[in-house]
Design a protein around this ligand. Structure first.
Ligand SMILES: Cc1ncc(COP(=O)(O)O)c(C=O)c1O
Length: 439
């Protein structure tokens, strides 16, 4: 293999059979499409290159920078492509949650602009979200940027319709698989591959995977966020199923330790979601069938993510005071307080109000008198014990009230007698017209 440019090495990734002794399915041949072997490390190399390539000469002439709303793999690929073509790259995001990726982006020469926003990804329906406003500004004519626009750009989907999907068919000797399973971020890869496979065989069943509510699996959306993506069409999928972060890590461990596939958490989520979906089907089958799932990227960037959630995997003692150790019953038993009652409680009892959102979101709007301790920092602090006295009541607030309920359950387990979680979070507070202040 000899290439004139590294971009020629994008695509044509291997399709590798998973040993049946590992997955345990008796009638289904299971294959992993190794998008992690793209040159910049992920499935997003294809989309980034397809969205940018034809516009690079013009951008260079006009001195435009490439801009994308991404905190992960798309940004990584675009940073490399920009550098190779003498352009600068700016990654706009409201939260860089994976420090290794942030450092790598800086090393690649990217400029990172963090804006306040409610979710990690763009929510185009939320017209007040600073990230959405920024997105609108970028799309206005006269903007001096090459905005690749991955959440809406049809070339994102097309990269997979013309590349990833047909490669799968070719490697299966001209047949489409019976099932295709993929995690959903922008929905570009799952939609594009689904189109190519269905053009071959309309009976292909496509399963989309997302993170569980309030769980964070880097690179993909959770159940609540998935409908907000411009490229997402529910008709693409036979079902959308959710995977928890713990199961994603377990799936990743199986791929890493038993299959020699150094997958990241979404590869693990895809493996876990595929086997979980197919196990009952397999039991009924008499003939052989085929399934394919996508391994999007590699494990190395996620060691901090694993250390935080499963320290024992890295020979660290298990975290005693950790939300990951809570049972579902403990979380459900957490004290939750509605906005109107919370307002009265604040006026009467003056609880310590802790806002767990990012510092950017807090700076944009917060409850007067609240203190901002970003969830990751709060997580670290409570590991050492209760960070405040038991006599002062505490109100915890987060974007939608799910994360704060977990921390309320944890502080209760740690012996605090009066911790409450703001129901519906700062969004419910804002929607109820309760006062917010800005720094
Ligand atoms: C790690 C990871 N997995 C999966 C995906 C999903 O890909 P898509 O955006 O094509 O839905 C992404 C997207 O950024 C990702 O970064």
């Amino acid at each position: 293999m000899r290439y004139d440019s590294i971009t020629e090495a994008i695509g044509n990734t291997p399709l590798v059979r998973i040993d049946p002794a590992v997955h345990g399915l008796r009638h289904i041949d299971l294959y992993a499409k190794l998008e992690m072997l793209n040159p910049f490390g992920s499935v997003k190399d294809r989309a980034a290159w397809n969205m940018a390539r034809s516009r690079l000469p013009g951008a260079r002439e006009r001195g435009e920078a490439i801009v994308e709303l991404s905190s992960g793999n798309t940004a990584k690929a675009l940073a490399v492509i920009a550098g190779m073509h003498g352009l600068s790259f700016k990654s706009v995001t409201n939260r860089m949650r994976i420090p290794e990726v942030k450092d790598l982006l800086l090393l690649l020469g990217a400029e990172i602009e963090e804006l306040p926003g409610r979710s990690e990804c763009l929510d185009p329906t939320d017209t007040e979200d600073p990230l959405t406003l920024f997105h609108q500004r970028l799309n206005e004519s006269g903007s001096a940027h090459l905005h690749t626009d991955q959440y809406f750009n049809a070339l994102n989907t097309e990269a997979h319709e013309s590349g990833t999907g047909p490669e799968i068919v070719a490697d299966l000797d001209g047949r489409a698989p019976d099932w295709f399973v993929a995690c959903v971020g922008t929905a570009g890869s799952s939609t594009g591959v689904a189109r190519a496979l269905r053009a071959h065989d309309p009976a292909v069943r496509v399963i989309g995977l997302v993170g569980e509510k309030s769980d964070f699996i880097p690179g993909i959306r959770n159940v609540d966020e998935v409908h907000e993506v411009g490229l997402f069409d529910p008709a693409t999928y036979e079902t959308i199923e959710s995977v928890g972060a713990d199961d994603a890590i377990d799936g990743m461990l199986t791929l890493v330790r038993r299959c020699g596939i150094l997958a990241g958490p979404t590869g693990g989520a895809a493996y876990h979601g595929t086997v979980r979906h197919l196990r009952p089907v397999d039991a009924q089958l008499r003939e052989r069938r085929t399934a394919v799932f996508i391994v999007c990227d590699r494990v190395e960037s996620y060691l901090g993510y694993v250390k935080q959630r499963r320290p024992e995997l890295l020979s660290r003692p298990p975290a005693r005071n950790s939300v990951s150790a809570l049972t579902g019953d403990e979380v459900r038993a957490a004290q939750v307080i509605e906005v109107a009652d919370a307002q009265k409680w604040i006026a009467a009892e003056r609880p310590l109000v802790i806002d767990l959102r990012s510092s950017f979101a807090y700076a944009a709007l917060h409850i007067d008198g609240s203190v901002n301790i970003v969830d990751e920092l709060f997580d670290e602090v409570v590991r050492g014990g209760l960070p405040f006295g038991k006599r002062q009541p505490v109100l915890l607030a987060c974007p939608v009230g799910e994360q704060s309920a977990r921390y309320a359950a944890l502080l209760t387990r740690m012996g605090h007698p009066d911790v409450r979680s703001l129901a519906g979070g700062i969004i419910a507070w804002r929607d109820a017209g309760a006062p917010l202040v800005r720094d």
